[in-house]
Design a protein around this ligand. Structure first.
Ligand code: ZN
Ligand code: ZN
Length: 213
């Protein structure tokens, strides 16, 4: 099994978690032994989030989607944004907030759970008034956390450890764009994302009755 950042290996990761005996869990109660808290910070693309959610649903998995209200890349208030959130919910996903410090925009769309985008060490682990910080107790400590940031697992891909049931419980952060768009490196993957985004924006221009000929 090769540990690429693609949908094939994402499916294998989910299967590994199942064979390790883990159960899917969210951030509504403290983690228990055997829980896998699958977390997604959606930085760039709701389309990638929905694509990954479809893969999870096929595997019988679900997760918590942390969505931005201040992204320069997507708009939750657009028709497309509302459709994407609806589809994530339909597929069994939960919706929480990926916030840009210091602004927390929790409203009725979100569970009261926050993951900071690109946090600085000064506040990453600090409590947040009125919300649960995913990087604070009881949801975070170093032994129960793995992240795919920039296509780099700091402790190696966790699929083998999951299959063996090595983690008592785990918060696993996966960025959907990394798995959905092709690329051996983060730079290549980002260029694949930009190609797809350009096509999607051309489609929006057509829908806006912009003449493109
Ligand atoms: Zn792997
Ligand atoms: Zn982020």
């Amino acid at each position: 099994m090769s540990c690429g950042f693609d949908l094939g290996h994402y499916r294998e990761l989910l299967e590994a978690a199942k064979s390790g005996g883990y159960r899917w869990a969210g951030f509504d109660r403290p983690p228990e032994a055997g829980d896998l808290l699958l977390r997604h910070d959606v930085d760039l693309s709701l389309a990638a989030a929905v694509a990954l959610a479809e893969v999870e649903a096929e595997a019988g998995a679900w997760s918590t989607w942390f969505l931005m209200t201040r992204s320069v890349f997507y708009n939750l208030g657009s028709a497309e944004g509302e459709r994407a959130v609806g589809r994530l919910r339909e597929l069994g996903g939960r919706i929480a907030h990926h916030a840009v410090w210091p602004d927390v925009d929790l409203d009725e769309r979100f569970e009261p759970v926050v993951a900071w985008h690109n946090p600085e060490p000064e506040y990453v682990f600090e409590p947040i008034p009125g919300a649960q910080n995913v990087m604070a107790a009881p949801f975070f400590d170093r032994d129960h956390y793995r992240s795919d940031s920039n296509q780099h697992w700091r402790h190696g891909c966790p699929h083998e450890a999951l299959a063996r049931g090595d983690f008592e419980w785990l918060q696993l952060l996966a960025h959907p764009e990394i798995w959905v768009y092709d690329g051996e490196t983060m730079g290549e993957t980002m260029r694949s994302f930009l190609d797809a985004d350009r096509d999607a924006r051309l489609e929006h221009l057509r829908e806006d009755r912009i003449e493109l000929e």
